[in-house]
Design a protein around this ligand. Sequence first.
Ligand SMILES: C[S@@+](CC[C@H](N)C(=O)[O-])C[C@H]1O[C@@H](n2cnc3c(N)ncnc32)[C@H](O)[C@@H]1O
Length: 251
Amino acid sequence: MQRSDRERYSYDTHDALQGRPWVHRVFGHIFRGPNAQHGEDLFFRTVAERASASHTLELGCGNGGVAERLVNETDATVLATDISTRQIKQAQARAVKGRLEFRELNAEDPISGQYDLIYGRGVLHHVNFRPVLERLASENLNKGGAMVFREPLGANIMGALYRSISKDDHTEDERPISRADLRWFKQTFNGFWFYPYGLMSLPLGAISSPLFKNPDNPLTKLGHQLDDRVLRHIDVVRPLFRAAVLVIDPS
Ligand SMILES: C[S@@+](CC[C@H](N)C(=O)[O-])C[C@H]1O[C@@H](n2cnc3c(N)ncnc32)[C@H](O)[C@@H]1O
């Protein structure tokens, strides 16, 4: 079995991958605190700003929530794709004639069509993404087009610990974006930038979860402020954050 076949099998059959992992239930403030919210908002805003009136391709769309929001909030036309038959079946309910189509598709296979924007959330770390992005950039992205992704980063120690103790919440092949990958992005694409989030916000979000009801509280606010300050002053720690918005926008 190839990596992509194993991914399809996992997402078609493992119920744990469909539901919310325990870490979201027990330490929810890591994912709903102001810093995480800022990262998620930045991802969607970066996609939406480049999506208006455009032909847009989503990779690894899962249940189709991001594509549906994009169609509701912009006038983009979206082809949202995923390798999993089960995920695409679930997503079909959100299809909008002429605006939003869902299609079963392996991102590692050649894709037809030209797009102004290609995006995905949590998908690159499930695919052999280097050749995929090079091919998409040369064959499918219109001149002046952009690619936007939101992915976990591999060098974050707490993220690595979580993945090692929580195998059911992950596929056996997923590989968060490494420092070497970030260097590869910089060397390969003009106009690459990334915004990392979730360094101090991760432990402070974990501590805050049992202590406060509201994910926006003094501890998580402190995490957000610290992360913001670290980002502005210490460049070398950028790969150590939990996740990042990755943008390739040569225009
Ligand atoms: C972590 S989930 C993210 C789903 C969705 N983007 C979201 O944010 O909720 C990863 C998704 O990538 C899909 N996937 C894995 N390998 C793929 C491949 N080779 N081509 C296309 N999709 C793939 C999985 O089926 C799954 O839906």
